[in-house]
Design a protein around this ligand. Structure first.
Ligand code: DSN
Length: 432
């Protein structure tokens, strides 16, 4: 820190500003978390300097001994964590992981099915503004209006009608367990590959608190920074590697035996160049942490906290999509409270509570306004908050939502939030 302070005081001040924001506000964005100091140290370390195109033992650059060791450890730990036979830890993000998975399993123009973005899916699951929606013929499935859960009658009838080559399950705002087994049945009936995007619940999958996709899905993608609490990045997994069914040929080797080789070559050189070795090494550190019993306890608290908060909201007559949560995330339709997601997000931010506006299923409002907000417990659980704090926070959110323009109330809640945050310290040493 002291170096930056001397050489670029402007950026040092900006870094401090963000550090203060993280310390003094309640972070309820479901996709965010706080890494350990060890992960921060590795992510901010000298491996950022190293070019290492290729894979361990087969790089295009010299001097890769240390980064090879780090990447091998990251892959090995990921395989143990998820009981997977294959792991590629190089994707820079979840979107890159999804791009590599799609480019490996389907061709441009092929039909793919994914959960509609407003129903909990992700941009890369076929949104028309994303590469996925532009390159592939995506058919969206939805949640059922009554249950808020995936409508498997619709999934099956769409699959029979459109004969997708691949079906994606999972998403960014789906509060329930992803139904891997049911999706497998549909995929088998129509001869489709099944891809799971577990970016959100991967920390819960790693600790057995969410069903595992490994026995059911052909390919699995995830991010490493959400419930998994690692550095920002992506990863691709397979429960079992198997023989490449397409006869596609990998560049350089001229021949491809297994799907794993195809995925590796799709990631690099297919869509990425030099891997971010500092981030890959930080993934290795985070995976090591995720293998501990402390991390399992942490994920148990994440889910317990989400359920506690969901119950509080239900008591206060909030409309939770699907009626609750099985995981770390809840999606609240604010229509009955007479406030948009955008207005709620802004008012809450003024009160020191960070959430994101979110489309809800069958939303009539645009993605810039939305009818709902998404709330998650991974970050506040990392700070050590528990059930009592969840009830208190739900109550504070309720007060803001019922009276969003009352600036006196907002200011007093912000002060209350500061007091709560002070009792659950975070990264304090970084400011000194
Ligand atoms: N932006 C992430 C999320 O918030 O869920 C997904 O990419």
């Amino acid at each position: 820190m002291s170096f930056l302070k001397k050489t670029d005081s402007k950026l040092f001040e900006i870094l401090q500003k963000e550090s203060r924001r993280e310390q003094t506000t309640l972070e309820l964005i479901a996709s965010e978390n706080f890494t350990s100091y060890s992960v921060l140290e590795m992510a901010g370390g000298v491996m950022t300097n190293k070019y290492a195109e290729g894979y361990p033992g087969k790089r295009y650059y010299g001097g890769c001994e240390a980064v090879d060791e780090a990447e091998n450890i990251a892959r090995d730990r990921a395989k143990i964590l998820f009981s997977a036979e294959y792991a590629n830890v190089q994707p820079h993000s979840g979107s890159q992981a999804n791009m590599a998975a799609l480019m490996t399993f389907v061709d441009v123009g092929d039909t793919v099915m994914g959960l509609d973005l407003a129903h909990g899916g992700h941009l890369t699951h076929g949104s028309p503004v994303n590469f996925s929606g532009k390159l592939y013929n995506f058919v969206s499935y939805h949640v059922h209006p009554k249950t808020g859960r995936v409508d498997f009658d619709e999934v099956l009838s769409l699959a029979r009608k459109h004969k997708p080559k691949l079906i994606i399950c999972g998403g960014s705002a789906y509060p329930r367990f992803i139904e891997f087994e049911q999706f497998r049945e549909v995929a088998d009936e129509v001869g489709a590959f099944l891809m799971a995007d577990i970016a959100h619940p991967s920390g819960l999958v790693a600790t057995g608190l969410h069903p595992s996709p490994m026995p059911f899905c052909d390919i699995i993608t995830t991010t490493t920074h959400k419930t998994l609490r690692g550095p920002r990045g992506g990863m691709i997994l397979m429960g079992k590697d198997r023989e490449n069914p397409w006869g596609k040929v990998a560049p350089k080797s001229g021949r491809v035996k297994n799907i794993s080789e195809l995925i590796d070559s799709t990631v690099m050189p297919g869509i990425q160049g030099g891997p971010l070795m500092h981030i890959i090494a930080a993934k290795a550190v985070a995976f090591g942490e995720a293998l501990t019993s402390e991390f399992r306890d942490y994920t148990e608290h994440v889910v317990e906290n989400a359920k506690t908060m969901a119950e509080e909201f239900l008591k206060k007559d909030y409309a939770l999509v699907s009626g609750g949560t099985d995981t770390h995330v809840m999606l609240i339709d604010l229509t009955n409270k007479g406030i948009t997601g955008k207005k709620a997000e802004n008012a809450l931010e003024r009160a020191g509570i960070t959430v994101n506006k979110n489309m809800v299923p069958f939303d009539q409002k645009s993605p810039f306004i939305t009818s709902g907000i998404r709330i998650g417990t991974p970050a506040i659980t990392t700070r050590g908050m528990g059930k009592e704090e969840m009830k208190l926070i739900a109550n504070l959110i309720d007060q803001v939502i019922l009276d969003p323009e009352n600036e006196t109330l907002t200011a007093s809640i912000k002060e209350h939030v500061h007091q709560i945050c002070k009792s659950f310290s975070l990264y304090e040493e970084l400011d000194s």
